[in-house]
Write a protein that binds this ligand. Structure first.
Ligand code: HOZ
Length: 430
């Protein structure tokens, strides 16, 4: 495989950007490779600077449920750009997209658009603290809610991948206000509430964990969280940055029929452009400036291009599309599992609709501890084997693989053939 152009770009990039990248997992550090620089993408395919073409399973980490650069979206964006790229003033697109989000997720009675999931989560926490006049929050080990200080304590995603789940630079005071519980373990939640009576402002959770790899909620876990928050007067925040409009058109909250007090959204509501949103109960959201005193603002919030892309994408979510995506997810999960069995490699595939993670471990993965038992070295060998065969999986054991409406059964079957060969390499590497 030719990589000279990517290598040359990477040499320039490392002299400029920390690690040569603008977001850590992309550096391929944990998979023992150098990053490929992408030149273009269309449908389910990525093409790198050297002209290598890959079936993409990163899909910009989730938002591209319709695939890369669908022609209709590109047309809508060009038309929107001709009308201006940023106003710093309200526009009808924010209202249109907001109404559509609320129709799909009625718990968002009021919402505010921001530019990333990180902003959404840190703003939601601020609102919860203001509403309850309490400081502490509960988060789960291995869940990731962006990179604001309160969340970089036992965090998932890149922080977990690179072995710094608790980041230096987070003050002791910020870390002390973040209390940890174990995902899928209601007892651990009850213990934290009991030990901190009257001091917990909010509990934030990925209702389907996606940042320690995919870990679905156990039966009763989400209803148990709802009940615990109501009992203790804490705000229940669902971080649906990954699960929102992925798990189902109403997100995980629609699927599991749980009504959170606040929800964080990102990625997919911008259809591949930078967007986030937080929203929920009217009484809570009315604390946000200018109605209330909780300050939060942003020049690019409600940006017309991002709103256009979000609307285009959400308007095209149909039940038949979710059925087709789930069928592809099942096909891929089964194919990866059987490739591993044939090569006698231990593998657990956790899947949820169109998102999945193959964990290199022989035991079920249901929380942070079991996720981190997975063998990242084996994943790295597998990853490199897949890249060499024209498949681009996430460059980390602890992330989700994302399918899109642009992937076909043929793409999935090609991926499974590549996985058979890559699994044999994993087996022979020992
Ligand atoms: N933290 C993101 C995945 N969960 C990765 C972001 C990126 O590198 O683009």
């Amino acid at each position: 495989m030719k990589v000279s152009r990517s290598r040359a770009l990477f040499s320039r990039a490392v002299e400029l950007l920390p690690g040569g990248v603008d977001s850590p997992v992309r550096a391929f550090t944990s998979v023992g490779a150098a990053p490929l620089f992408i030149k273009r993408a269309a449908g389910a395919r990525l093409e790198d600077a050297d002209g290598n073409v890959f079936i993409d399973y990163v899909m910009s980490w989730g938002p591209l449920i319709h695939g890369h650069a669908p022609p209709g979206l590109v047309k809508a964006l060009c038309a929107a750009a001709r009308r201006g790229t940023s106003y710093g003033a309200p526009c009808h697109l924010e209202v249109d997209l907001g109404e559509r989000v609320r129709r799909l997720m009625p718990s968002l009675e009021r919402l505010r658009f921001v530019s990333s999931g990180t902003e959404a989560a840190m703003s939601a926490i601020r609102v919860a603290r203001a509403a309850t006049r309490r400081d502490k929050i509960i988060k789960f080990e291995g869940c990731y809610h962006g990179h604001a200080d309160p969340f970089l304590v036992q965090a998932g995603s890149g922080a977990l991948t690179l072995g710094v789940p608790t980041s230096p630079g987070v003050t002791a005071a910020a870390a002390a206000d973040t209390l940890l519980a174990s995902y899928n373990d209601l007892e651990s939640v009850h213990r934290v509430f009991a030990a901190n009576r009257g001091r917990i402002a909010a509990l934030i959770v990925e209702p389907i964990a996606g940042n320690m790899g995919v870990v679905p909620p156990a039966d009763g876990f989400l209803p148990g969280l709802r009940e615990a928050c109501s009992t203790h007067g804490a705000v229940l925040i669902f971080d649906e940055v990954i699960s929102g409009f992925r798990a189902a058109s109403g997100g995980a909250q629609g699927l599991f029929k749980i009504h959170p007090d606040l929800t964080c959204l990102g990625k997919i509501i911008g259809g591949g452009l930078p967007v986030g949103a937080y929203g929920g109960r009217t009484d809570l959201m009315n604390l946000v400036s200018p109605v209330g005193p909780v300050y939060q603002a942003g020049t690019l919030s409600g940006n017309p291009l991002a709103m256009t892309a979000g609307l285009w994408g959400l308007e095209r979510l149909t039940p038949s599309m979710y059925r087709a995506l789930a069928a592809l997810g099942t096909r891929l999960a089964a194919g990866l599992a059987s490739a591993a069995r044939e090569a006698r490699v231990s593998l657990q595939v956790n899947a949820f609709g169109s998102v999945l993670t193959p964990f290199f471990t022989d035991r079920p993965v249901r929380d942070y501890r079991s996720a981190t038992r997975a063998d990242s070295t084996k994943y790295a060998t597998f990853f490199r084997g897949m890249i060499l065969r024209g498949v681009y999986p996430p460059p980390s054991q602890f992330e989700g693989w994302f399918l899109s409406a642009a992937h076909t059964a043929k793409d999935v079957d090609k991926t499974i053939s590549a996985a058979r060969a890559a699994m044999r390499e994993v087996a022979s590497a020992g």
